[in-house]
Design a protein around this ligand. Structure first.
Ligand code: BTN
Length: 272
């Protein structure tokens, strides 16, 4: 008979042997590096990228002590309760197309969350994933280029899975987790494997066939299109109606004078 700890409290681990078993991807996760603790999977991935690992190599951690977010923010999460991974790509594309990797990753997150937990999430431009009005996933894309060609790109993905965000004062007002949204413990392994498969499908297509319309898929998953948005970028605030994204992943809005404006980056808030 079990005393004290119930099965529920045994942490599920994202061990390479479990993640790679039956994965059947063509490019992603051929090589996989796993760390119980690291500073940041993005930082590790950039090191691996320079040492010449294979395309689609994945770095996974159970805990980050110095997780990085966009705009020099930090990314916090308790151990064994999130998806914390970075994927290294050598895509042979121009720097103007690099946003496609972020796009395909955010679409894959939405699809994976739906397949693994049956709930609908949406992409908030540029690369956050929300459930209703709370953030469940952040994506940090970093790349190195030579002239106009991408040398490598690192796409870092953090998904809040099995913890109560109320325990983390930094994010308690703005974030949620899959466990909170479903009311159930969620298999991180299932989310991780589904995510890698969905990324692999789209990355393979981007390199070899280009049959998928990523922009259309992204628009389908978007929570900002046709909504009034306010975008804060440094000290600059712009507002208008979000109409579309262009090939570079920039957001096109229509301002109050009916003029189109192209927004390169920033934090979006949505009006009701
Ligand atoms: C953001 O929303 O600001 C982006 C957050 C990205 C967090 C992930 S967690 C895995 C990877 N490693 C990091 O240090 N950051 C990304």
């Amino acid at each position: 008979m079990m005393k004290g700890n119930s099965l529920k409290e045994i942490p599920d681990k994202l061990l390479p042997v479990l993640v790679q078993s039956g994965l059947n991807t063509s490019i992603v996760a051929g090589e996989l590096y796993y760390f119980p603790v690291t500073d940041s999977t993005n930082r590790m991935a950039k090191e691996y990228a320079l040492s010449g690992v294979s395309d689609g190599t994945v770095v996974i951690a159970e805990k980050q002590v110095s997780g990085k977010g966009r705009m020099n923010r930090s990314w916090v999460s308790p151990a064994y309760s999130s998806i914390l991974c970075s994927i290294i790509f050598y895509p042979c594309i121009s720097t103007s197309s690099v946003f496609k990797l972020t796009m395909l990753a955010s679409i894959a997150v939405v699809v994976a969350i739906h397949k693994a937990c049956g709930i609908q999430s949406r992409i908030k431009w540029p690369n956050d994933v929300y459930i209703k009005n709370k953030k469940v996933c952040g994506i940090l894309s970093e790349f190195s280029s030579d002239q106009d060609t991408v040398q490598y790109a690192v796409i870092g993905i953090g998904i809040n899975v099995n913890f109560d965000v109320a325990l983390l004062p930094e994010i308690r007002e703005t974030a949620t987790s899959l466990n909170q949204e479903t009311g159930q413990r969620v298999s991180r392994l299932k989310v991780m494997k589904t995510l890698l498969k969905e990324i692999d499908l789209r990355y393979h297509d981007l390199l070899h066939t280009n049959k998928r319309d990523l922009k259309k898929e992204w628009e389908h998953c978007s929570m900002v299109l046709n909504r009034h948005v306010k975008i804060i970028s440094g000290h600059k605030v712009t507002s208008g109606l979000a109409k579309r994204i262009n090939e570079e992943g920039h957001l096109i809005i229509i301002d109050s004078l009916g003029k189109e404006k192209e927004i390169l980056c920033g934090d979006v808030s949505l009006s009701l």
